[in-house]
Design a protein around this ligand. Sequence first.
Ligand SMILES: NC(=O)c1ccc[n+]([C@@H]2O[C@H](COP(=O)([O-])OP(=O)(O)OC[C@H]3O[C@@H](n4cnc5c(N)ncnc54)[C@H](O)[C@@H]3O)[C@@H](O)[C@H]2O)c1
Length: 359
Amino acid sequence: MRGPVGVAVIGCGGVSGGHLSAYAANSRARLVATVDARPALAEAAAHKWGAARWYATVEEALADPEVRVVDLCLPHHLHAPVAIQAADAGKHVFVEKPIANTLEEADAMIAACRRAGVLLLVDQTKRYQNRHRRVKELLDAGYVGEPVLVKGAYLQDITYAWRQMDPARRAGYWKHDGVISGIGIHALDLLRWLIGEAVEVQAVAATTDLIESGRRTEDSGIVLLRFANGCVGEVTVSYVLKDPRLASSWDVMPLQIYGRDGSLQLGWDDRITVASRKLPGDGAGIVEFHSRPPVGAPRPPAEGMAGAIEHLLDCLLDGARPLTPGEDARASLELVEAAYRSIREGRAVRLPLAAPSGG
Ligand SMILES: NC(=O)c1ccc[n+]([C@@H]2O[C@H](COP(=O)([O-])OP(=O)(O)OC[C@H]3O[C@@H](n4cnc5c(N)ncnc54)[C@H](O)[C@@H]3O)[C@@H](O)[C@H]2O)c1
């Protein structure tokens, strides 16, 4: 494929700004269209980010010959049907996490994209953050050695954001969306990437009235993992955390990995600390990582959603091997499904849950 790649962003709600700004700044992409069932949102996004046109329906975008990729920033239940429709129309698909609501939906998406010979890439954003890329490099370089224990977390306080949120989003989006599916999947996906595949999952969760009274889906949870390589792990997730350290950053993802040769900690301040037999001296040291490089330092690679979009373009234009293809994102969804099954049944759940169906 030759660039720039024509893109339609479908869904112009909360997350879309991160995608639209990345396309607008990337010379290898061309923002052809913005799409939203609420046309005023699509129109405003088109004006703001320089899209050639805007549409109120998916069908119009799929009929547009200049659109070669659809970027789905849609509620979870629409990921599968719209991705399948897009693949059938010959469009490449970039979709927000989680890949879908269920494993069966994910399988249908993967099969449709394979059938059509189009790319299915999922925005498992955390793998594209520079701090996590650095952690991966340090693990691959052997500072920690074979992992023994991992503790991860993804903590947010959305109680303030909730009160400010667009009522349409509140009604249509969060209701089917607990914290394990909503942000836990980021931490679980990251641990799959850093540690390996899990063979057993056990979880507990709580639902408070801190977001809204009568909320049904969980707003805090703990997921325990046993990995195939023998490592054990814990992922703590919450939407309702009250902590002074969240004042300047409402969203944090601390991480600790302990291995046979050392340990690594990614702190609340994004600083990475390593203690390792591989380091000179007494075996303890600090590997500095600056999420904002000092003045004059080389610009770090695009990261987060912009990093995922850069990678999407690398795959389409340069034949790069996809880091988070549909099959991989399905495995992260499987951990979420296993956690919910464990909560429902009050027991540890073995993986895999089920072989991929179809395709
Ligand atoms: N990667 C991340 O860090 C991250 C962060 C936030 C959200 N997300 C994900 O992004 C996705 C979207 O989340 P959001 O917060 O932007 O949701 P949102 O509800 O704010 O936006 C969704 C938009 O889709 C539109 N829409 C609904 N049905 C449509 C249809 N049939 N055709 C066209 N448009 C339609 C809605 O009008 C709305 O504007 C979800 O999968 C969510 O989990 C990812």
